[in-house]
Design a protein around this ligand. Structure first.
Ligand code: DHB
Ligand code: FE
Length: 304
């Protein structure tokens, strides 16, 4: 069966894409950001996912204020790169996985999450920047990607709890897919930031660190956080982090945080990046061994 082995969070700051495309990654400002992903690139090269589900938000590229789906799943075989005003980013076309995407749609919609299905969709920096951060700049992306676009641009976005529960439905969907596939799920966007208005430039590192801690250890607490708290503590755009809760909901309750990176600033926000692996379950053999060892130690205690 297919299984989700790990989750990744990463910011999607458009200026990161511009730094890559304009060959500025070795400038000290950007080097600090890209260095933080060196170990992540090694990790994902070893993990070798067969498919990545990327939870991201569209920035008026595929959608606009005329049409605002709350959750839009990409079911196409290919997702062209959007022209965001300076021509499409020079990155490979994103290949999809229509069969797994259709299976997820079937399962999740029957679980009462009313997804919008996109058989044709362009993807922008919200999806391609996190791919660059994790995979670098290859000629072809190393695996198919299923995009899940979430509205975090126009109020009202979905609640954190709704996102967390959708993650759980995605986990159930993936685990009922009959083919053996290793899946990694990305939650993108964040961290605290506000692009315009009186508090433009707001970054709340204390909030960001607590969010990262709770993402690993107490995601249910984060799922209870309402929009006003995001707005107050993390700025108007901080609500993007509800997307991370879809990723977290799709993992097991017990996870191991295998990597964390945090740096301020990158454009108007902090880059927050974490890799969570589902805790490996003790295999049958080792479980039996552990039981035997426990039994032996009991015998020993009784005799002594
Ligand atoms: C910036 C960050 C974002 O998440 C975004 O969507 C747009 C801009 C920024 O930091 O500039
Ligand atoms: Fe954003």
């Amino acid at each position: 069966m297919a299984r989700i082995i790990a989750g990744v969070t990463s910011s999607h700051v458009p200026a990161i894409g511009a730094a890559i495309d304009n060959h500025r990654t070795s400038e000290p400002y950007w080097q600090r950001v890209f260095e933080g992903f060196e170990r992540s690139k090694e990790w994902i090269a070893k993990a070798k996912p067969d498919v990545c589900i990327v939870v991201y938000n569209d920035h008026a590229s595929a959608f606009s204020v005329e049409m605002i789906p709350t959750f839009a799943l990409g079911t196409a075989a290919e997702f062209p790169i959007a022209d965001e005003g300076w021509g499409p980013r020079p990155v490979p076309v994103v290949r999809g996985h229509p069969e797994l995407a259709a299976h997820i749609a079937q399962s999740v919609i029957l679980d009462e999450f009313d997804l919008t299905l996109c058989n044709k969709m362009e993807v922008d920096h919200g999806l391609t920047v996190p791919l660059n951060l994790m995979f670098g700049s290859p000629k072809e992306w190393p695996c198919p990607v299923i995009p899940l676009a979430v509205n975090v641009v126009m109020y009202p976005p979905p609640t954190g709890n709704r996102c967390y529960m959708l993650g759980k439905a995605i986990k159930k969907a993936v685990e009922s897919y009959p083919k053996d596939l290793k899946v990694v799920i990305f939650g993108t966007g964040g961290m605290s930031h506000q692009i315009s208005g009186q508090r433009a430039g707001l970054i709340n590192s204390k909030f960001d660190h607590a969010f990262l801690d709770n993402l690993t250890k107490n995601p249910k607490k984060l799922a209870r956080m309402d929009h006003l708290e995001y707005m107050r503590e993390a700025g108007a755009e901080g609500v993007e982090m509800v997307m991370w809760l879809i990723m977290r909901g799709a993992l097991d309750e017990q996870v191991d945080e295998v990597y964390r990176f945090y740096t301020v600033p990158a454009s108007n926000t902090a880059v927050g990046h974490i890799i969570l692996e589902n805790r490996k379950k003790a295999g049958k053999k080792s479980a039996t061994k552990m039981k035997r060892a426990a039994a032996r130690s009991k015998v020993h205690r009784v005799r002594s």
